[in-house]
Design a protein around this ligand. Structure first.
Ligand SMILES: Cc1cc2nc3c(=O)[nH]c(=O)nc-3n(C[C@H](O)[C@H](O)[C@H](O)COP(=O)(O)OP(=O)(O)OC[C@H]3O[C@@H](n4cnc5c(N)ncnc54)[C@H](O)[C@@H]3O)c2cc1C
Length: 290
């Protein structure tokens, strides 16, 4: 294992937070992921699996322990008939590539996630969603292989994950996803492409694109949109240092470049206070705060 020390991992995070990992390892296979877990157990280190880094806001300047960038990319069709296809997809597989492959092959089930950044591991961990119509990443999962807390491999069925809105059991157990096995329906490439394009165009119209963010920062509250509330307290476009609230979608925090952690912490505080004052709502982060 090649482990790097004191590695700046900012460019692995879509919000580009400036942070150093005490120890850093890039896993390129399932064996690498298993070895990394074993290394963390043998050396009593915390381990953090980094997928696409697109649902994180790192407020620390340093992450202690072992940060593992998951670059395990593999997809195997394991069964199928004229109606459906069963495939094993590795946890480091990029969502963008998964959708491109799905469109190419006429596999339907993931297309509404067109434009979702990150990896299969992060999308299963978060049970990432699309709301038009409501679809969750975990919907098509049948079973999966995990590494448990003792470093052992484990096969679990879909119900194990307790999928819900923004929720999977992995958030509690901190087990590592190796591969997910999914069943997708066969459909015409044109129809799948149409649905993927609809989702992608909708994102383009309503969200900032191609800049440093981690997507929707706060959870909606009892059906009330966090973005709406942030907009109504007048914070669209508001900035602290190089971090600012997107003028396009108020639930996106953007890093103009080289944003300081103190400024991000201050901006989060201002947003929460103003929303609490006007709406009596305590906003909770949707992104994972580290
Ligand atoms: C522009 C933009 C648009 C977005 N749109 C959406 C959207 O429409 N819907 C939505 O739900 N989210 C959205 N997000 C948020 C984010 O992209 C998703 O939550 C995504 O699925 C996270 O995947 P990731 O690989 O980047 O995970 P990361 O951010 O790298 O990690 C998230 C969590 O998953 C854990 N994890 C990652 N891989 C594994 C693994 N193999 N095993 C166990 N745990 C693992 C990490 O340790 C971490 O705790 C958006 C983000 C951005 C920047």
């Amino acid at each position: 294992m090649i482990i790097q020390k004191n590695k700046n991992i900012s460019h692995y995070l879509t919000l580009r937070n400036n942070v150093v990992a005490e120890l850093f390892f890039e896993a390129k296979s399932r064996e690498d992921l298993i070895a990394a877990k074993k290394y963390s157990l043998d050396n009593r280190l915390d381990i953090f699996i980094l997928g696409g880094g697109s649902n994180l806001a790192v407020l620390k300047s340093r992450m202690d322990g072992l940060v593992v960038k998951n670059s395990y990319v593999d997809l195997k069709v394991i069964d199928g008939n004229e109606k459906e296809v069963k495939m094993s997809v590795s946890s480091g597989f990029p969502i963008s590539l998964l959708i491109a492959r799905s469109i190419q092959n006429g596999w339907s089930g993931f297309e509404y996630h067109q434009g979702l950044p990150g990896t299969v591991g992060g999308a299963v961990y978060m049970n990432s969603k699309w709301t038009k119509p409501l679809t969750y990443f975990g919907d098509n999962l049948v079973y999966a292989f995990l590494i448990d807390s003792k470093g052992r491999e484990k096969k679990v069925g879909k119900s194990y994950f307790e999928f819900d809105y923004d929720h999977s059991i992995l958030q509690k157990t901190k087990e590592i996803l190796l591969e997910g096995v999914f069943i997708l329906k066969k459909d015409s490439k044109e129809e799948i492409m149409k649905r993927a394009k609809f989702a992608f165009d909708y994102r383009r119209k309503t969200q900032p694109y191609g800049i440093a963010s981690s997507g929707c920062f706060f959870k909606n509250y009892q059906g009330r949109s966090a973005g709406y509330m942030i907009d109504k307290v007048g914070l669209k476009g508001f900035s602290v240092g190089n971090y600012f609230v997107s003028p396009i979608h108020a639930n996106f925090i953007i890093n103009k470049g080289d944003g300081k952690r103190e400024d991000l912490i201050k901006l989060i505080g201002i947003i929460k206070n103003k929303v609490k004052e006007k709406f009596g709502v305590t906003l909770e982060e949707e992104v994972i705060i580290i």
